[in-house]
Design a binder for this molecule. Sequence first.
Ligand SMILES: Nc1ncnc2c1ncn2[C@@H]1O[C@H](COP(=O)(O)OP(=O)(O)OP(=O)(O)O)[C@@H](O)[C@H]1O
Length: 254
Amino acid sequence: MLELKNVFTGYGDIDIIKDISLNIGEGTNLCILGPNGCGKTTLLKAIAGILPIRGDILIDGISIKDMKRHEIAGKIAVMSQISNIYFSYTVFETVMLGRYLYMKNSIFKEPSQNDKAYVEKCLKATGLSSIRNKQIDTLSGGQLQRVFLARTLAQDPNIILLDEPTNHLDLRYQKELIDYLKEWSKEDRHAVIGVFHDINLAMDLADQVLVMEKGKAVSLGKPEEVIKDHTLNRVYEMDIVGYMVDSLEQWKKF
Ligand SMILES: Nc1ncnc2c1ncn2[C@@H]1O[C@H](COP(=O)(O)OP(=O)(O)OP(=O)(O)O)[C@@H](O)[C@H]1O
């Protein structure tokens, strides 16, 4: 479904991502882990077609270099972060922006019944139906995060890219988001690629884990394989598994 072949990318003349190859099949949740500055977001930008690359990225066998921006956007949606708010729209209007691709390139036209129904479905899936008419600049960080998820879903992509999607979400909504993504990715021709700092959440969502260090892929495999090979400990320069076990022991005391 998505294939990265010896991808290099970066900013100006500097390569941040160095020689990454990956194959992401249907129904896969890939979580990307690695310390600050190792290139996780830069890799997502390359996959979204935002940065020029050397090597190749293929979606369903077609190079993104041969695809137009709207063609890539029809396949891959990036869940935006809170810093992207510039205008005050209602929740409904914001989620409708995700349908833009399908609205014959005009957001000024009245959306079709189909588009409206699709937006309603996305609002329902993210628990936002009851606040559909609220202005987004009056929402809490967690509500806003869910609005952006709904807008991403409204784009009806095959692949969702997420960059630390659980920022601003309280525990309940973190769990709900992860559970929702797990369910969504198992639908026909879907996959999720996410960057996480919370290793617990990453391990909960992931079928595959990619560990990055200094722009390179240093480990790729199932969560249990990646935990066992101690690469995580090395790249984070701490005993990750030991830390997790200690935390659990603390809770057992209560
Ligand atoms: N727009 C940019 N122009 C130049 N350099 C950049 C730009 N964005 C990121 N970088 C650099 O690229 C490197 C990788 O950054 P990136 O944001 O991809 O890392 P990350 O692993 O996502 O980090 P974090 O975990 O802190 O979010 C860093 O050295 C960063 O300073």
